[in-house]
Ligand binder design. Structure first.
Ligand code: FAD
Length: 447
């Protein structure tokens, strides 16, 4: 392929928009087809702020296209988790070392910046264009224009499906030979609730933290927005007691929320109305392989949708774009080689982050309130302080690092877990942990 080649990207979400910049900067002609209207003209969030945690892997990719500084200037640093107990007492657990933080950023704001930048590099966006079908032999797409109600079929040199968890491109791959696919809805769904700003846009909770109300089988979190508000996400099971299904009457909802989140409830005006009005959304995990069929590739959530508990779905998708671009450089844009290598190296890493994301749900809703877990974090922080290159806590390997692969982080994390589990059985460990032989503990990693 050469620079006159025409690449179609399906989906102008976060990953499709970033990828289009990378490809356009390499000199390709890029057309993006998006089934929704242009969010810059008609904001589909309808006044609601929806935010995401952006961390090192995502920032690295944004840096490469020259956008990291502009985005960091609108993001809110979150230095740790602020836990709220049933009485509204607070405790703070830093995410990493001093100066390490994740960033709360507006999903639509980020998407808009990416699309604006893509247009500067001559990417063309075709909104209200829904991909209906793909022909892998012809490398062609059938698109439905929602304005003109016309279907049109177009050929391209390459097609990339960045069309999210319910990808039309992946659906077409599913009916081809030897395509593996697994979809799993977890037991919990989520609902967003909104804490408005106080007077003069003041944040009514600590601004520079990710707030968690861990309640064992369910939880709520809140991320800050620049306008002083917070977006809360309530995660509840679908069925059983304390579930979205069982909480139906306004009275039950009010009793449940007031009992479990007393300090937050005071800050959410029209809580019951918000609860009834805001949608309850499912959480799905998707794995598939291969990601490539002839000259068509799936990327981002279309290839590997994960649950949101590690704050890594978008960051992993951005990392996909960076790695694909690196491989294009390495192989002089020889796409058949690049596509094969991309899916081979990337699949174990996205499987690893899928597993990590699922287990982090247990950590967030349950363990963060467990004294043993907090002690473990303290010991690990000490190990990291003394041996920063040897003992890197799992959360830091995933979140504050862009050179350790997710699969390496998972493997190292398992080793650390075994060592720590043993240490935590030491009698009187609460009182004596400072006297542990830290050098010997670190050396166990090499055995
Ligand atoms: P999407 O964002 O789904 O975009 C796909 C685009 O394709 C959409 O615009 C869609 O309209 C379009 N499309 C779909 N089908 C078609 C079609 N047939 N034709 C044309 N266009 C089509 N990740 C993080 O890194 N940090 C977080 O803190 C975080 N928090 C999250 C919280 C929640 C509650 C959830 C659900 C997810 C969270 N994620 C987070 C994950 C993140 O949202 C996703 O990983 C990311 O949005 C994936 O981007 P994408 O572009 O691959 O897919």
């Amino acid at each position: 392929m050469n620079s006159r080649n025409h690449i179609a990207v399906i989906g102008a979400g976060l990953i499709g928009s970033l990828l289009s910049i990378y490809l356009a900067k390499r000199g390709y002609k890029v057309s993006v087809f998006e089934r929704r209207a242009d969010m810059r003209v008609s904001n589909t969030e309808a006044g609601r702020s929806i935010n995401l945690a952006l961390s090192t892997r995502g920032i690295k990719a944004l840096e490469e296209v020259g956008l990291a500084d502009v985005l960091k200037s609108v993001a809110i640093p979150m230095h740790g988790r602020m836990m709220h107990d049933l009485q509204g007492n607070l405790s703070f657990l830093p995410y990493g070392r001093e100066g390490q933080y994740i960033n709360s950023i507006s999903r639509s704001g980020l998407n808009e910046v990416l699309m604006n930048e893509a247009e500067k590099h001559n990417v063309t966006f075709h909104f209200n264009n829904k991909c209906l079908a793909v022909d892998f032999e012809q490398t062609s797409l059938t698109l439905h224009d929602l304005n003109s109600k016309q279907n049109v079929t177009k050929e391209f040199d390459l097609i990339i499906g960045a069309d999210g968890a319910f990808s039309a491109i992946r659906s077409a791959m599913q009916i081809t030979d030897r395509f593996n696919y697994a979809q799993h809805y977890i037991e919990h769904s989520y609902k967003e609730l909104h804490i408005p700003a106080g007077e003069n846009n003041k944040h009514l909770l600590e601004k520079n933290a990710l707030h968690i109300w861990p309640r064992e089988s369910f939880m709520m979190i809140a991320l800050p927005n620049p306008d002083g508000s917070f977006t809360c996400t309530l995660f509840l099971a679908n069925q059983g007691s304390n579930s979205f299904n069982s909480l139906t009457t306004s009275e039950d909802i009010s009793t449940f929320l007031t009992r479990n989140f007393p300090d937050a409830v005071k800050l959410i005006p029209g809580l019951i109305n918000q609860y009834h009005t805001n949608p309850t959304s499912s959480l799905v995990m998707i794995k598939c392989f291969p990601w490539v069929k002839n000259k068509t590739l799936v990327i981002g959530d279309a290839a590997h949708a994960i649950v949101p508990f590690y704050g890594q779905g978008m960051n992993a998708g951005f990392e996909d774009c960076r790695i694909l671009n690196n491989l294009l450089s390495k192989h002089n844009d020889n796409w058949p080689i690049v596509l094969e290598e991309f899916q081979t190296i990337r699949k174990p890493d996205t499987d690893a982050i899928a597993e990590l994301a699922l287990s982090n749900f247990i950590e967030m809703r349950d363990l963060v309130a467990d004294p043993k877990f907090l002690l473990r974090k303290k010991i690990e922080a000490k190990l990291h302080e003394l041996y920063p290159d040897k003992w890197i806590p799992l959360y830091s390997m995933v979140t504050f690092n862009d050179s350790i692969r997710y699969s390496e982080a998972l493997a190292m994390g398992r080793k650390q877990q075994m060592i720590m589990d043993k240490i935590l059985t030491t009698p009187e460990i609460n009182a004596t942990w400072q006297q542990l032989n830290f050098k010997e503990i670190v050396s166990q990693l090499e055995r």
